[in-house]
Ligand binder design. Structure first.
Ligand code: NAP
Length: 251
């Protein structure tokens, strides 16, 4: 496949790991759709950086938790960049650190719908466009799981950890479902990465508090996660599907 034909959608591409992934994808020759939910200025800044480096990119708003937004998001990408050949299911949320006893049903549902339903809906739309079964030319999907899927997030966010466990199961299942249709589906499990997500959990300094427990004794950067994502999307990973890369400093 010619690189000029490569179109990537990065959900939640406006900040953190998604922004680093969008920037790297732009450098690698993808036309990049940078999705955001509220922070248009951040998405525009990522797009401007890609364009300044000679790449092609658009910012597209939309809440992955809402089916109508997901349909509109893919329709916009179809019209402006062409059919997606790569999807990074990166958009994800967590809420304040809390024990399960103190979590409301509203909070649990919000986290599960954004992280799980949102990723499933985006993957569904990508498969419709990539699968040889539907006249597509194949493609690759990378889901953002988390080391929380293995560690469980006790005392902080077991709801979030459960959502990432679901991402792991969905990665394995969808990979097998579409393997013969030209689509590879893999996931990355980041560990403690310096992004804004920890502030949304109520502790902006969380990575620094916990980094000594990481075998490498440091937090990771969004760019280090993006490198693994772009490798899984690339032809270098052509025989890898239904698999995981832990980017966690050994944690
Ligand atoms: P972040 O810095 O908080 O950025 C979140 C991004 O997702 C933003 O671009 C945000 O858009 C977007 N977003 C949030 N909800 C959305 C929705 N409903 N629809 C569309 N976009 C939405 O997060 P991050 O740390 O980069 O995390 C990215 C992914 O990696 C997540 O899936 C997270 O669970 C996973 N992860 C992160 C870490 C870590 O330590 N950072 C560790 C393990 C896994 P706006 O800018 O518009 O708000």
């Amino acid at each position: 496949m010619n690189m000029a034909d490569k179109v990537i959608l990065v959900t939640g591409g406006s900040r953190g790991i998604g922004a680093a992934t969008a920037l790297l994808a732009g450098q690698r020759g993808y036309a990049v759709a940078v999705n955001y939910v509220t922070n248009r200025a951040a998405a525009d800044a990522v797009v401007a950086q890609i364009q300044a480096a000679g790449g092609r990119a658009i910012a597209v708003g939309g809440d992955v938790a809402r089916e109508e937004d997901v349909l509109q998001l893919f329709a916009t990408v179809d019209g402006e960049l062409g059919r997606v050949t790569a999807l990074v299911n990166n958009a994800g949320v967590l809420d304040h650190q809390s024990r399960l006893e103190d979590m409301s049903a509203e909070r649990i549902n919000r986290v599960l719908i954004a992280n799980v339903t949102g990723s499933l809906l985006c993957a569904r739309e990508a498969v419709k466009r990539m699968s040889t079964r539907h006249g597509g030319q194949g493609g690759a999907i990378v889901n953002l799981s988390s080391m929380a899927a293995k560690l469980g997030g006790p005392g902080e966010y077991v709801d979030y950890a459960a959502s990432k466990g679901a991402i792991d199961a969905f990665t394995i299942g969808l990979a097998k479902e579409v393997a013969a249709e030209g689509i590879r589906v893999n996931a990355v499990r980041p560990g403690l990465i310096y992004t804004d997500i920890h502030a949304s959990g109520g502790e902006a300094g969380r990575v620094d508090r916990l980094k000594d427990a990481v075998p490498m004794k440091r937090g990771g950067s969004a760019a280090e996660v993006a490198n693994a994502i772009l490798w899984l999307l690339s032809e270098e990973a052509s025989y890898a599907t239904g698999t995981f890369i832990d980017v966690s400093g050994g944690r």
